[in-house]
Design a protein around this ligand. Structure first.
Ligand SMILES: *Cc1c(COP(=O)(O)O)cnc(C)c1O
Length: 432
């Protein structure tokens, strides 16, 4: 099968010599197949092989690759301008995107800050919360409160509210601000909320006067463990925040744009956050862009406070190319029956992954919307699992004890079947 491809070999050699990959040592020995192009749900490798992409490039490529409508939006915008500074200038692509985001998110969210990446949108959210509390006369409210097992990004502020263990806080203890962590809720997605689930959050809010905001991933904790928790918990946290004058930040970077079966996961709890972070799928996986939305009340307090302005402004803020593609991607999503698509993914993932249930070494199989997870008792060997998946024609990126998929919404049942079979194959091989 392997085509002789000098180019692919040269890319790999230079990659090994000079290029960092995410969460990898330098010169990583594990398989990093060079991709030369991608189309619909397939990645084409330098050696001519094709892999079905079960990752949507880290939750982002919800429509698959090279969608004609998104390609056309990119080309049309390139013909006008790919970038112009946002300080003191404005443009239609950013304004249209911001208006669209306000229209599709809960009503109290009216103000949009466009930024470069998910992590930056979390930084922006944290700064908004601090400036809000200072603006209403509570400068002592300067800490964040969050739950364990969360993931909010890799920049310093975002990392400081990410799980201390998986985020390796001890390595960065001289750099990270100290925030408050309470245990994550035990209740699963369909479970009722128990008093013991809520007690740590309630106790923290009742005993501390220094909390500016609670930050959470609504309903699905993604990169911190692919855990699904009850919307009742989120609803109760919303009420507690209101009771204690604390803002609620929902990090919808992974869950936004339909992945869990609702357009935004906070809809499961019928709540609206004070600040919402969006990213990943926002541009359909074409370019990096994220957004932080806030309520009018938050925006007014910040604007009336010290400095009279929100203190952040990335060089590439509001990038017109990314904004034009994001608007096209969101309109494309809303123009289809995306609920039916995600419901179909959920059905097929349940069906396909059920075969892994009860296999030796498998502790849990769970599915919510377009997210399918097999959890093992012990960590997977990344090299062995990846090689087995690639041999089956499937691209997935296992991490720790988890093998999971979040396919493009457009993936058909046949390809989905190949993805779930490959996952079950890894579980079978592992169980011996
Ligand atoms: C991916 C992710 C981020 C960080 O986004 P980047 O674009 O990688 O910086 C933050 N929060 C959540 C919930 C995410 O899934």
């Amino acid at each position: 099968m392997v085509h002789p491809s000098g180019r692919g070999e040269a890319v790999l050699a230079a990659d090994r010599a000079h290029v960092w990959h995410p969460y990898s040592p330098a010169g990583a020995g594990v398989l990093v197949p060079p991709v030369v192009s991608a189309q619909a749900v397939r990645l084409r490798l330098a050696d001519g092989r094709e892999l079905i992409d079960g990752m949507s490039s880290w939750w982002a490529a919800i429509h698959g690759y090279r969608h004609p409508i998104l390609d056309a939006a990119a080309v049309a915008q390139l013909g006008k301008m790919s970038h112009v500074m946002f300080g003191g200038l404005t443009h239609e692509p950013a304004v249209s995107l911001a208006s669209l985001l306000v229209r599709i998110t809960p009503e109290p969210l009216t103000q949009v800050f466009l930024c470069d990446s998910g992590s930056v949108s979390v930084e922006v959210a944290l700064k908004m919360a601090i400036q809000y509390q200072a603006g209403i006369g509570h400068p002592e409210r300067s800490r964040m409160l969050t739950i364990r097992r969360g993931y909010h990004g890799d920049t310093t502020g975002a990392m400081s509210v990410t799980d201390p263990v998986t985020g390796m806080h001890h390595l960065f203890r001289h750099l990270l601000p100290q925030h408050v962590f309470v245990p994550e809720p035990e209740c699963g997605f369909g479970d009722p909320l128990t008093a013991s689930d809520l007690a740590p959050m309630r106790d923290a809010l009742e005993s501390r006067q220094d909390v500016a905001a609670v930050i959470l991933e609504p309903v699905v904790q993604g990169a911190g463990g692919m855990r699904f928790y009850s919307p009742h918990y989120l609803r109760a946290v919303r009420d507690l925040c209101d009771e204690h004058g604390v803002l609620l930040i929902c990090d919808e970077i992974a869950t936004g744009f339909g992945r869990t079966g609702r357009l935004f996961a906070s809809e499961w709890a019928e709540i609206s956050p004070d600040i919402m972070c969006l990213g990943k799928a926002m541009t359909g996986g074409y370019l990096t862009m994220a957004a932080t939305l806030c309520t009018g009340a938050v925006a007014r307090a910040i604007s009336a406070g010290e400095g009279g302005a929100f203190m952040h402004g990335p060089t590439f803020m509001g990038n017109p190319l990314a904004a034009a593609i994001a608007t096209a991607s969101i309109e494309l999503l809303l123009a289809q029956d995306w609920q039916a698509q995600v419901a179909r993914l959920e059905r097929e993932l349940r069906l396909g992954l059920a075969r892994a249930r009860g296999l030796p070494g498998v502790t849990d199989v769970r599915v919510l919307g377009g997210i399918g997870v097999i959890e093992f008792t012990d960590p997977l060997d990344l090299g062995i699992a990846t090689a087995q998946l690639v041999a089956a024609g499937v691209w997935l990126r296992p991490f720790g004890r988890l093998l999971y998929t979040m396919p493009p919404y457009s993936m058909d049942d046949i390809d989905l079947g190949r993805v779930t079979s490959a996952m079950v194959g890894v579980a079978r091989r592992r169980g011996g």
